[in-house]
Design a protein around this ligand. Structure first.
Ligand code: AMP
Ligand code: MG
Length: 349
């Protein structure tokens, strides 16, 4: 049994949530569950505490953090709507999107108030803010009584953590506690939207599908998924390799071409229906190979994706082939999932 350095707190016990809150208030680092993925939380308006997040994750200083608050009124206090070209429409967008999606997995980006340290926004004049819906995250925010900066609780560039064990796997010894609230509901990071301009611009596909956003705000602009430059996306975290397990060679292969690898030594991550089809058409895979299947339903696929990537990492496979999910339409989460798969399998820029 490995010996872990960071204590685990049990989110079923209110006193332990309170303890996690105290640690954050004292300037510490605590991982906590949200409905998307685990967050690595620290006092968001305190430069020293925020600095600890970057150090623990080894996160590049150019990648800004999302501030988490308990209520939309607190979010409004962090935004400087008056700095927008059209403050009235920015405020209206804020009201509309917060009414539709908060608490929940939508992050809004807008011009920041001066009291927000530059380290949080990586020097940008805009800040990202979200009101999570996870009851443990909300209880924690209530104890802290201040905005909590919280990127995903994993070492930089690795898959996001969706369980306390996965936080431990890449960050043990680098934070003050892990508040264990069980596995995360969505398993995908929040959808990020810039509301400082009209129409708003979708910066990151995420747990709320593009179609759901378009239903509420049909004029929202968005870019195709995959790697892009910071200038192109306005969202620094989209530039680099991300969500990647430590595996030497990772390939993203069209569903129709997975067959070419079926009888090879590669480990394969694919949908259940594709695996069933190949079992019938191409026969059973070699016993020495690793095959991980994920559900055909995108909501369930997303929930299990990062855990599967960590399992594959732990299998010590040197070669992983991932089925490239066809992004048929915008009606579900496949676009967000495809974005993560593309970056998990990309080369460092
Ligand atoms: P993480 O919390 O690790 O999932 O990453 C947060 C992501 O939110 C960043 O990588 C950016 O893509 C986006 N983000 C955070 N703050 C800003 C900001 N000020 N402007 C634009 N995008 C942001
Ligand atoms: Mg992250």
């Amino acid at each position: 049994m490995p010996i872990f350095l960071t204590p685990i707190l049990d989110a079923c016990r209110p006193q332990q949530i309170q303890r996690a809150g105290e640690l954050i208030r004292q300037g510490g680092l605590v991982a906590f569950p949200t409905e998307t993925v685990y967050g690595l939380g620290a006092l968001g308006l305190n430069e020293v505490s925020v600095g600890k997040i970057f150090a623990a994750k080894d996160r590049p200083a150019h990648n800004p953090l999302i501030l988490h608050v308990e209520h939309k009124n607190q979010a409004a206090l962090l935004f400087n709507f008056d700095a927008c070209a059209d403050p009235v429409s920015a405020r209206a967008l804020f009201e509309k999107l917060s009414d539709a999606f908060w608490p929940g997995p939508l992050t809004m980006v807008c011009y920041k108030k001066d009291h927000i340290p530059d380290i949080v926004t990586a020097g940008s004049s805009k800040v990202a803010v979200r009101v999570p819906s996870h009851p443990v995250a909300l209880a924690l925010l209530q104890y802290v009584q201040a905005p909590v900066a919280a990127p995903s609780a994993n070492a930089s560039s690795r898959p996001s953590a969706t369980t306390a064990a996965h936080v431990q796997h890449t960050l043990d010894g680098k934070l003050d506690a892990i508040l264990d609230g069980g596995p995360c509901q969505h398993g995908l990071e929040s959808t990020v939207i810039d509301i400082s301009q009209n129409p708003p611009q979708l910066l990151r596909m995420g747990a709320i599908s593009l179609e759901t956003i378009l239903n509420i705000e049909p004029k929202t602009t968005w870019r195709p998924i995959g790697l892009a430059t910071h200038e192109a996306t306005g969202s620094p975290g989209l530039v680099c390799k991300h969500y990647a397990p430590q595996i030497e060679k990772i390939e993203l292969v069209e569903s129709t071409k997975i067959q070419n690898f079926w009888l090879s030594q590669a480990s394969i991550l694919l949908r259940q229906s594709t695996a069933d089809q190949l079992d019938q058409q191409a026969g059973q895979r070699l016993k020495s190979t690793v095959t991980i299947t994920l559900p055909d339903d995108p909501i369930l696929y997303a929930q299990k994706l990062y855990a599967a990537l960590y399992d594959l990492e732990q299998s010590k496979t040197p070669w992983l082939v991932i089925e490239k999910i066809p992004a048929y339409d915008t009606q579900n989460l496949w676009l967000s999932i495809l974005d993560r798969l593309a970056r998990a399998s990309s080369l460092d820029p």
